[in-house]
Ligand binder design. Structure first.
Ligand code: SAM
Ligand code: SF4
Length: 486
């Protein structure tokens, strides 16, 4: 998801590239108070901050990019790896210094760390006033009010139904072209390494009509691309009677209408052919041929799939409780190539040095990468998370040095593959959506092709939001360079 995350103007952490951070921009809509939100981790978290900003805006708060001027500071946190939590703790101690000089300031910890650590955070970080989990954001104005009166507030209740479907997010750090729409919450998979099912609760799907309305409204406001977000979008399943996946699967009575992900994708794609549709993340066990065929039917559904493999070895995949093996994954990739062709972008997440991983099992990950030819990947070494199945049952026994070396080998392999995949594009003409200024030069713009690759072109005569035909002339492992042909 890194490419998606880069879009929203992130300040990158020097020491930990795996943990991204976004801050709120300055906005003046006549609110009487200022809110500063710093968001860490995945795109879902950034999307949640847009919901938080909307709830707070309805209660008189404008956003600010300067925490020193804020009445309320929220840290929307990530627990996925230990490093992400350490980063947040460091930041909290900096904010606490501000609070010691400005006692009326309210500091709140939101998101996954709030859920994981609960009251412990209030005890450890004495100057934190609020601890609020991902399903309790509607309670924020009330809890902020209590904090202003001097009492500390905790709400880490995990809901089985909450999807914030009726809340229209305030677009933070938006380029005005691409927006993210959360289509589901929580996760019912129990990947043994992962803390998400514990911090974000059970899987719920959001009312498809509210999703289509949000996408249509964005298109009417000039947006040209929406990305449908969920931990496991292919598992999306909704009926008017039930939005909780586990309960829906148990229903014996016939339901009026059951919407699956392929249906939702089609509903959004039909809003307008000039609205591009993307989605993330796909789970290899759930992505169906129906989804691939829907992607093929609609030119405006981008030909790009983020399909995290985690490991290329079947024994490790079983220990990770991913519920597919190497052959299943390769079969899904074959099907993607058969239906969507060689140009469809495929990316992955990889974990190096999971519990008991041997050298030859690590080699299986490298050979998997060669077979699939990923366009890019998000690569991590294993970080044991308290409370997960792996932490309870498996020894974290691969030495740190070995994890780091294996990760480096994976990164090097990915760099070679990314370059090869990009070189294939040289000479082709592709449709690019212009998203913004190139970071390197004011005379260049950056856009993205259907396969989610960044393409740099000369700025002359182009506007952000334009669709243009571009001939690819050159590339690096991270970027394509092209010339506009029309
Ligand atoms: N739902 C997505 C999926 O199933 O692919 C992933 C969500 S998670 C926020 C993003 C990535 O973080 C995972 O795909 C995994 O590679 C990585 N990750 C999760 N837990 C981890 C851990 N304990 N140590 C290292 N990497 C981890
Ligand atoms: Fe975590 Fe697995 Fe759910 Fe992804 S599918 S959020 S890795 S438990």
């Amino acid at each position: 998801m890194e490419n998606i995350i880069k879009d929203i103007d992130i300040i990158r952490e020097e020491e930990d590239k795996s943990c991204d951070v976004a801050i709120t921009a300055e906005e003046s809509t006549g609110g009487t108070k200022k809110l500063y939100i710093e968001s860490y981790g995945c795109q879902m978290n950034f999307s949640d901050s847009e919901i938080v900003a909307s709830i707070m805006k309805d209660n008189g708060f404008d956003t600010t990019s300067d925490f020193r001027t804020a009445d309320v500071i929220f840290l929307n946190t990530c627990s996925i790896r230990e490093k992400a939590e350490q980063t947040v703790r460091k930041r909290l101690s900096q904010f606490n210094q501000v609070k010691s000089e400005k006692p009326e300031l309210t500091i709140g910890v939101l998101g996954c760390m709030a859920e994981r650590l609960k009251e412990k955070l209030l005890e450890e970080e004495k100057l934190v006033d609020l601890v609020v989990g991902p399903d309790a954001y509607r309670d924020l104005p009330n809890l902020v009010g209590q904090a202003e009166e001097g009492s500390k507030g905790v709400n880490t209740f995990l809901s089985r139904e909450e999807t914030y479907a009726d809340i229209s997010p305030v677009r933070l750090n938006s380029n005005g072209v691409s927006a993210f729409i959360s289509i589901m919450r929580g996760c019912d998979n129990m990947c043994s390494f992962c803390v998400v099912p514990f911090t974000r609760g059970r899987e719920r799907s959001r009312d498809p009509h509210s999703i289509v309305n949000e996408a249509r409204e964005l298109f009417q406001r000039g947006y040209k691309e929406v990305t449908l977000l969920g931990q496991n979008v292919d598992s999306y399943k909704w009926s008017a009677e039930e939005n909780n996946k586990a309960r829906l699967n148990k229903k014996e009575t016939v339901l009026s209408e059951v919407i699956h992900f392929s249906d939702l994708l089609e509903m959004v794609a039909r809003i307008d052919p000039r609205l591009r549709v993307r989605f993330s993340t796909s789970h290899p066990k759930d992505i169906t041929d129906e989804v691939l065929l829907t992607m093929k039917r609609y030119d405006n559904i981008c030909k790009y799939i983020h399909l995290p493999v985690q490991s290329g070895n079947s024994r490790i995949l079983a220990l990770m409780n991913r519920t597919y093996d190497r052959e299943w994954y390769l079969d899904r990739v074959r099907k993607i190539r058969e239906i969507l062709g060689e140009d469809c972008g495929i990316s992955s997440d990889m974990i190096a040095g999971f519990c008991s991983e041997t050298e030859s099992e690590h080699q299986d990950t490298l050979s998997m990468m060669d077979l699939v030819q990923y366009d890019f990947s998000y690569m991590f070494y294993y970080s044991e998370r308290p409370g997960t199945l792996a932490a309870k049952k498996l020894a974290d026994d691969v030495p740190l040095e070995t994890k780091k070396r294996r990760l480096q080998e994976i990164i090097e392999k990915q760099n070679q593959l990314s370059l090869m995949r990009n070189q294939r594009d040289i000479g082709t003409v592709q449709e690019i959506l212009i998203e913004g200024q190139s970071k390197r030069s004011a005379e260049q713009l950056k856009g993205r092709n259907s396969a989610n690759k960044v393409v740099i072109v000369a700025a002359g005569g182009l506007q952000i939001g334009d669709y243009v035909q571009v001939r690819i002339t050159d590339c690096s492992s991270a970027t394509l360079f092209g010339e506009v042909t029309d």
